[in-house]
Ligand binder design. Structure first.
Ligand code: NAD
Length: 489
C-alpha cells in the first residue's frame, strides 16, 4: 500500500534559490520522503508585479491549507517600499520560534571550534523587531521594544521541549536584564519560572554581552541557547559564519499551527543561475522539516548521506575555498547538481568519522505551550511620565517651572534626558538633547492619579508654552512598581 504523501508548498525563490531548491527536493524525493511539492511563487517576481508584500492572497490560502512551507531565499528589491517577506510570513503565521543549529564538521570543514554543536532558539516576533519607530523631536528617534509574557512563555517552553525532544542536556538563556529590568527582566523571569518544570535539563542564564563573547570563543560550552529576537539574530548569524560557510546553516521558523523551513543565507544574486551554490543549508532545513512532519526515518537517511558526502570531501566552491585556505587538497569540486548526485549516491550510507545522526523516536513536533493568564492582574495608576520637546531652558529652569505647574494633584519628582536624571540635583556636565522626560507622581496628601488629572496636567503644560510629545502612564502591577527608575533617581 502506498503511504499518503504530505503536500508541501515549495517556493523556489530568487538568485541561487531555484538551483538549491531543485537539488534539495531531488535528494529528499530520492531518499523516499513522503512529500508532494506544490510550487508557489513568492518574492522578486511578485514584488515587481506591484505587490509590495511579495505574496498574493491565493498563496496565503495555500499556506493556510497545507501549514508546512519549504522556502528558498528570495530577493527583496532595494527601495520602492517593499516589505521583508520573511518578517511578514513569520508574523502573519505566528512563527514565534526561530531554530538555528550551528554544528562543527571538523576536520572535514575547517573550523576554529571543532566541538561546536549548539542550537540557537531565537524569539521571532517581538522585541525591537516589532518595528514601531517614531521621530520624537528633531534630535531624537525612538524604537519601541515590546516583550510580552505569552511571547516569553512560548519561546522558553519551546526551548526546553526542543532540548527534551533532541536529547540535549542544557538550556542557556541570554538577556541584558541588568539594564533592561522590565523587558529582558521578564524574559529572564519567565525562564526562571519554567526551568524547574524540566528537572532533567540543566539551565543557566548569561548576560548577553559576555555570553556572546563566550559563544564566539567557546561555543562548545553551550547546548541550546534561548534569546530574545535581536540578540538571537546576531548570535545565530555569528555562529553560522563560525561553522565554516554561511551555505551550511539551516533554519526553521515554528509556530503552534504553521512552520516554515529555510536556509539562513540569502539569495546571493551574484551567484544565481551558475549552478555553483551550496544547497546544504536548504537541504538540512528540509531534514528539519521531515522531522517536523514525522518522517524521522527519511530525515536520518538524508542527513547521514549528506554527512558522508562532506566527509568524502565532495565540496561546492565555498567549501573548496575554505579548504584551500587551510591547505586541504584532497577534495572533489562539485557544482550544485553534482553535489546533489553525490548525496543521492550515498543514501543508505553513514559517515565514518563524523558522528552519524539517529532520529529514531524523535518527536520534533512540540506540543502547543500552555500560557499563564495574567489578564486579570491589577494595574494601579501611580503617576505619569510626560515627554516634552525643549531646547531653551536649562534642567533647573525647566524643573522649577514644572514644579509650580504640577500642583495640587501632582508633584514633579524627576526630569531625565535620555534616561539620565538631570533634575533635581543633576550634574552640569551631563549632555542634554531636546527630548525630556518629566515624571509626575501623586502630591503629598493628594488623591491617587486619575486620567482626568493627567489630562488637566497636559493642558497646563500646553498652556505654559511647552509641547508634550507623548506620555507613559506609570503603573503598579499587583501593588509593585512596574516602571524603571531614571539613572540616578
Ligand atoms: P546572501 O546570504 O545572499 O549572500 C552573501 C554571500 O554569502 C554570497 O555572496 C555568497 O558568497 C555567500 N553565500 C550565500 N549563500 C550561499 C550558498 N548557498 N552557497 C555558497 N555561498 C553562499 O546575503 P546578501 O548578499 O546580503 O543578500 C542577498 C539577497 O538575499 C538580498 O536581496 C536579501 O534581502 C536577501 N535575503 C533573503 C533571505 C531569505 O529569503 N531568507 C535572507 C537573507 C537575505
Amino acid at each position: 500500500m502506498e503511504t499518503k504523501k504530505q503536500i508541501i508548498p515549495v517556493a523556489k525563490g530568487d538568485g541561487i534559490g531555484p538551483e538549491i531548491m531543485d537539488a534539495s527536493i531531488h535528494i529528499l524525493l530520492e531518499a523516499g520522503a513522503r512529500i508532494e511539492p506544490k510550487y508557489i511563487d513568492i518574492g522578486e517576481k511578485v514584488f515587481l508585479s506591484g505587490n509590495t508584500a511579495g505574496i498574493t492572497e491565493e498563496t496565503w490560502d495555500i499556506l493556510r491549507t497545507y501549514k508546512v512551507f519549504f522556502k528558498a531565499p528570495i530577493t527583496t528589491p532595494q527601495g520602492g517600499g517593499f516589505k521583508s517577506l520573511n518578517v511578514t510570513v513569520r508574523k502573519m503565521l505566528g512563527l514565534y520560534a526561530n531554530v538555528r543549529p550551528a554544528v562543527s564538521y571538523h576536520p572535514h570543514v575547517p573550523i576554529k571550534h571543532p566541538l561546536m554543536n549548539v542550537v540557537i532558539i531565537r524569539e521571532n516576533e517581538e522585541d525591537l523587531y516589532a518595528g514601531i519607530e517614531h521621530q520624537q523631536t528633531p534630535e531624537v528617534v525612538q524604537c519601541l521594544k515590546l516583550i510580552s509574557r505569552p511571547g516569553c512563555e512560548r519561546i522558553v517552553r519551546y526551548a526546553f521541549e526542543y532540548a527534551r525532544a533532541y536529547g540535549r542536556k542544557r538550556v542557556t538563556c541570554m538577556t541584558k536584564d541588568n539594564i533592561m529590568k522590565l523587558t529582558d527582566g521578564l524574559f529572564h523571569k519567565v525562564f526562571d519560572e519554567i526551568a524547574p518544570e524540566y528537572p532533567d535539563i540543566e539551565n543557566e542564564h548569561w548576560i548577553i554581552d559576555i555570553g556572546t563573547a563566550k559563544l564566539a570563543d567557546t561555543p562548545e560550552a553551550f547546548d541550546v541557547v534561548v534569546m530574545p529576537n535581536l540578540y538571537g539574530d546576531i548570535a545565530s548569524d555569528m555562529l553560522g559564519q563560525i561553522a565554516g560557510s554561511v551555505g551550511l546553516a539551516p533554519g526553521a521558523n515554528i509556530g503552534d499551527e504553521y512552520a516554515m523551513f529555510e536556509a539562513i543565507h540569502g539569495s546571493a544574486p551574484r551567484h544565481g543561475g551558475k549552478n555553483i551554490a551550496n544547497p546544504s543549508g536548504l537541504l538540512l532545513s528540509g531534514v528539519m522539516m521531515l522531522l517536523y512532519i514525522d518522517q524521522p526515518d527519511v530525515a536520518e537517511r538524508v542527513h547521514n548521506a549528506w554527512l558522508k558526502t562532506i566527509e568524502d570531501h565532495v565540496w561546492t566552491y565555498d567549501l573548496v575555498r575554505k579548504g584551500k585556505a587551510e591547505g586541504i587538497t584532497n577534495y572533489t569540486e562539485a557544482n550544485t547538481t553534482d553535489f546533489a548526485k553525490a548525496i543521492v549516491a550515498r543514501l543508505g550510507q553513514k559517515p565514518e568519522q563524523l558522528k552519524a545522526v539517529s532520529y529514531s523516536g524523535v518527536r520534533a513536533k512540540i506540543p502547543k505551550p500552555k500560557l499563564t493568564n495574567v489578564r486579570n492582574q491589577v494595574m494601579t495608576l501611580d503617576g505619569v511620565d510626560v515627554f516634552i520637546r525643549e531646547y531653551k531652558l536649562t534642567p533647573d529652569e525647566l524643573g522649577k517651572k514644572f514644579e509650580k505647574l504640577a500642583g495640587p494633584e501632582f508633584k514633579l519628582t524627576m526630569i531625565s534626558n535620555r534616561g539620565q536624571k538631570v533634575y533635581p540635583e543633576g550634574f552640569p556636565e551631563t549632555f542634554t538633547t531636546d527630548h525630556w522626560r518629566c515624571r509626575f507622581k501623586t502630591a503629598e496628601g493628594g488623591t491617587a492619579p486619575t486620567h482626568e488629572n493627567i489630562r488637566k496636567l497636559l493642558n497646563k503644560i500646553e498652556q505654559s508654552g511647552h509641547e508634550w510629545i507623548k506620555l507613559e502612564n506609570l503603573y503598579l502591577l499587583e501593588g509593585k512598581r512596574a516602571y524603571s527608575l531614571g539613572q540616578g533617581e
